[in-house]
Ligand binder design. Structure first.
Ligand code: PRP
Length: 185
């Protein structure tokens, strides 16, 4: 997330999902994915930048026997304004062709749903053998378009979160826990 839409105030960070809880859930997701993709050599597509830590942890828990591969992509689904442009811009495209591949799109968080919607359309048009979605976090209270999340870590309330890859104005991505920000005063 690029901004909070509020002026800077004093705040404290409370752990919402701690590192151990994240570790256990990521291992659980990886086990599920490893079972579903036996013999398929899936390609994990991490959406930059927020997914980089989640994907790094997820891929290390995937059964090496299924031969997982990784690539990255970055899009902006919002133009200058806040409305979805409907014509998402690809800032960084994949370097691996996905025709005939079993692809899993990996996001840190699903908020309005516009990013997944755009990615499913863009990558779906390239004729992968299958296309699924995986997200660490989902905020259903913020959804504007319905999108399938095939593998989901945690459902959370509509409150501002940062850490474990998620940012506020590019800061706090390196925090090992998902924290929520509480304004003081
Ligand atoms: C965040 C997040 C998703 C998207 C989800 O990315 O990583 O890609 O927003 O929101 P949506 O469901 O409303 O589309 P952001 O644009 O903040 O970029 P970042 O990953 O580089 O932080």
């Amino acid at each position: 997330m690029s901004h909070m839409g509020t002026e800077t105030k004093d705040f404290r960070q409370e752990v919402l999902i701690g590192r151990e809880e994240i570790r256990e859930r990521v291992a659980g997701l990886a086990k599920e994915i490893s079972a579903d993709y036996k013999g398929k050599k899936p390609l994990f597509v991490g959406i930059l930048k927020g997914s980089f830590i989640f994907l790094a942890d997820l891929i290390r828990e995937i059964d090496p026997g299924i031969g997982p591969q990784v690539d990255f992509m970055e899009i902006s689904s919002y133009g200058a304004g806040k409305e979805s442009s409907g014509q998402p811009k690809i800032n960084k495209d994949l370097s691996i062709p996905i025709g005939g591949r079993d692809v899993i799109i990996v996001e840190d968080i699903v908020d309005t749903g516009y990013s997944f919607k755009a990615l499913l359309a863009i990558l779906g048009s390239r004729r992968p053998a299958s296309l699924k979605t995986c997200a660490l976090l989902s905020k259903p209270g913020r959804r504007e378009v319905e999108v399938p999340i095939d593998y989901l870590g945690f459902t959370i309330k509509d409150e501002w979160v940062e850490g474990y890859g998620l940012d506020t104005d590019q800061d706090y991505r390196g925090l090992p826990d998902v924290v929520c920000r509480k304004e003081i005063g």
